[in-house]
Design a protein around this ligand. Structure first.
Ligand code: ATP
Ligand code: MG
Length: 466
């Protein structure tokens, strides 16, 4: 846009007004001769006009540059042409520096915003950001894994969580009081879950408008462990209390009514010995179980010749087998070598399985104990290794009990199990030992036919390769 003539004239008037008026006065009073006086007046006017043009032009350039920078949100462009007013050049330079600083600050803010989003996304705990209205804005990766949903968008399960009265209450309280609130929530569907949610109000809000942060922690596993521990303590004390009560009862009887009855004394002492033995075994098993659990995450290191071990264990079991009139049929492959494996623990697996087969198998039946390299190509096991199996001809185990047999204290027929002397820990021990060996336990049973317990264990690397 060209400079307007009016402005130029006005500016020239400001610059040359005073000297021009002085010259006119001198001319009018004949103090100056007319010719030089008029020449001086003309020169003053011309110089004023020229200065005014330059002055206004420079200022116009500066304001255009600033306007352009503001419109484009970019840097201030360099001023062109001669800048006769040095201050204009300085102002231009200062403005350029200012815009550079602003630009780098904006870049920093953008980076911080990205960092915000990245931190929330990457945190291992599930986080959900709610907007002013309490609607979910963003859920991080952990929250999406917990609730479904993708691309930062919360899934539909989250809607169910947000509708939960306890959470809604915590969110409302967090907003009203401006302080973090906590809610414990149990979600029954799609899978039962227990969550602890912390609702943290955000002042000031996040760059994306997030007003409230929900920190979720999945307590399902912890709660299950707590319950298991409580059950365990209750079970263990119950299992100990029964024989203890019976021992105490017999002591009272021996001191009182049976004081002089030698025959009754002998009988009661026998029962007491049995009960004491039962308590000792229970404590041994519990200690053994916790020892195995402690080392469960450390794989064993030795190698175990299963054929030799099975022979030894079957021989050691002879008295118990004889009691039940059972015989053991061995089918042992010398190639069955488990590794890495712990001989003591694999021996314990064999003992517990043989003892069960003797105890719960058919009286006078046959127990088939076999060890062999795993047959590959069959449905189970899918991997090369070794398999030991103990099969009995007992009444079998109803199908719905099978998945629970390895739970501590689990007995199919509680009354009968106890009368036979079982504590329900044998298979729990087997399971933990097999887990430590990174093995697999498979229980198959047909009612009226018998039960087969199979354990797959990893074999030595060379055997596995062959
Ligand atoms: N071979 C089997 N045939 C039928 N039932 C079995 C057999 N093995 C185990 N069971 C059932 O599984 C339950 C759990 O077995 P487990 O070995 O864990 O405990 P237990 O034999 O009762 O006691 P423990 O082994 O600690 O002395 C048994 O009580 C029994 O009901
Ligand atoms: Mg047992």
């Amino acid at each position: 846009m060209p400079l307007s003539t009016g402005r130029v004239l006005a500016a020239a008037g400001l610059i040359g007004g005073v000297p021009g008026a002085a010259l006119v006065l001198l001319l009018a009073t004949d103090t100056l001769p007319p010719l030089p006086g008029l020449a001086a007046l003309g020169a003053t006017a011309a110089a004023s006009l020229a200065l005014a043009r330059i002055w206004l032009g420079n200022l116009r350039q500066l304001s255009d540059a600033l306007r352009q920078a503001a419109d484009e949100q970019g840097p201030v462009p360099a001023l062109e042409g001669p800048l006769l007013l040095p201050s204009v050049a300085e102002i231009g330079e200062a403005a350029r520096r200012l815009t550079r600083t602003l630009a780098s600050q904006a870049e920093q803010v953008a980076r911080l915003r990205q960092a915000d989003a990245a931190i929330i996304e990457r945190l291992p705990d599930p986080l959900v950001v709610l907007d002013e209205a309490g609607a979910p804005l963003r859920a991080n990766g952990a929250a999406r894994r917990l609730f479904g949903g993708g691309g930062g968008v919360p899934g539909s399960d989250l809607a169910a969580l947000l509708r939960h009265p306890a959470l809604a209450e915590a969110v409302a309280a967090a907003r009203a009081e401006g302080e973090p609130q906590r809610a414990d929530i149990a979600l029954p569907v799609p899978v039962p879950r227990e969550l602890t949610v912390h609702a943290v109000p955000l002042h000031p809000p996040l760059s994306d408008g997030g007003r409230l942060l929900l920190l979720l922690s999945d307590r399902t596993r912890d709660r299950a462990v707590e319950r298991m521990r409580a059950d365990f303590v209750a079970n263990a004390s119950h299992e100990l209390r029964t024989p203890l009560a019976s021992v105490i009862g017999f002591i009272d009887t021996l001191r009182g009514p049976a004081k002089d009855d030698a025959e009754a004394q002998a009988r009661f002492l026998g029962i007491m010995a049995d009960q004491a033995d039962r308590m000792r075994r229970l404590i041994d098993d519990l200690l053994g179980l916790s020892r195995i659990e402690v080392t469960e995450h450390q794989p064993p290191t030795g190698r175990v010749d299963l054929a030799a071990l099975a022979t030894a264990e079957a021989e050691a079991m002879a008295p118990i087998l004889a009691q039940r009139g059972a015989t053991v049929a061995l089918a042992l492959s010398p190639a069955a070598v488990a590794a890495p494996a712990d001989a003591g623990q694999v021996g314990q697996v064999l003992r517990n399985l043989l003892e069960n087969a003797a105890r719960y198998g058919r009286e006078g039946g046959t127990i088939r104990l076999s060890v062999a390299p795993a047959e590959t190509g069959t449905r189970w096991p899918a991997r090369p290794g070794v398999v030991l199996s103990v099969a009995d001809e007992g009444p079998g185990i109803p199908r719905h009990h099978i998945p629970r047999l390895t739970e501590r204290f689990y007995r199919v027929d509680r009354g009968r199990g106890r009368s036979i002397g079982g504590t329900g820990l044998g298979l729990a021990i087997v399971k933990h030992i097999v887990n430590r060996h990174r093995g697999v336990l498979l229980i198959e049973s047909e009612e009226g036919v018998g039960s087969t317990f199979r354990v797959w264990l990893p074999a030595e690397a060379s055997a596995e390769a062959g």
